[in-house]
Design a binder for this molecule. Sequence first.
Ligand code: ARG
Length: 463
Amino acid sequence: MTETKTNAMWGGRFAAGPDAIMEAINASIGFDKRLARQDIDGSRAHAAMLAATGILRDSDVEAIRKGLLTVLSEIEGGAFQFSTALEDIHMNVEARLKEIIGEPAGRLHTARSRNDQVATDFRLWVRDQCDAAIAGLEALMRALLAQAEAGADWVMPGFTHLQTAQPVTWGHHMMAYVEMLARDRGRFTDARARMNESPLGAAALAGTSFPIDRHMTASALGFDRPMANSLDAVSDRDFALEFLAAASICAMHLSRFAEELVIWSSAQFRFVRLSDRFTTGSSIMPQKKNPDAAELIRAKIGRIFGANVALMMVMKGLPLTYSKDMQEDKEQVFDAADNLMLALAAMDGMVRDMTANREALERAAGSGFSTATDLADWLVRVLGLPFREAHHVTGSLVAMAEGVGVDLPDLTLSQMQSVHAGITEDVFGVLGVHNSVASRMSYGGTAPAQVRAQIARWKEILA
Ligand code: ARG
């Protein structure tokens, strides 16, 4: 058992210091040092308010203000000595402030607790991450828009069940991800707006008897307003969970796209070529160009959604208000945020660099009887067949083509007429993939004209 001297912050009640194991399980400084800037911003806002309300003398607050700036520059310059004995970022900063300015440092914690302090710091940090995610998403959306614009009318197979379904356009496929990422952006925007209330001044849990001005600190920190219930302010982490939920859904979208890139870049598909900058080689197989970035993006959902689940589990059984369990919120969110930003940046780079293989896309678009639906629609439109009968006739033609070993447009007119006598030469007009996509002019459809309209809309939104 190692015993250190009693704690400077609460030693009054304690005869002995903590066991080394207690210190190890209790300390958060190893990770919450990432909250240094937010912690000091919060302290500066709090101190300025304590002066404005006359709770502290101006001269003390001026010393605190200057001292905090010194601490911040020490931390940002890498000179700061973090101490595990001082447990967390809040006490590390305050202890150093005391070394620098002496007695007034002990007045900073008036009308405040580490409970509202950490809730404030963490909200500020997560709020920044929402902004970073939004910026990352917008960059990626722009990269997708550029791809969509270049290939608005390039044809490719559209899939259901990963089986050839109907021809679509490359631009349409890229724009599908723009829509998904736009909803992700919306989720971060919504979460940010909801979390933008200040816990500061809730103190330990009940508020304080000092005449503080919570509106002042809230606005100094860019919050819309103070949180209205002090118990809620120190005890919920739903803002972090909303961030993790939005991050999880976003990572899921990135993972699906990454999976497509893995498939598309394979020798069997050759739909896209990924750049050297976002692929790796093999140490034994010289021909290999592996889509490692895409694979890792695909995998990131694991830890990001894992963080979401982990924090949900931490929170689910906690009675109000603060419990030390909640210290376990940070590493999960830090890790999820770091990896989401990395995944967004890697996807952005990959999409920017990637080259779609127009010929391979077009060749694949016409295979697999992809225009069978167009043929059935033609039988309905021109010959007046009920759709169910048209479906049956088309099915027989597909079976015939499959038997002969050709694609639908390669059947002769007489072969077609042997299945349905009414078919005319005109049918060949709808069997081509370009006609097929051009005909899908319904709103949100794959016709190049529709795709271009969506590209224009998004360019305006993102301008
Ligand atoms: N390091 C702590 C955390 O992250 C700060 C709050 C500590 N409050 C307390 N009452 N022990 O949750």
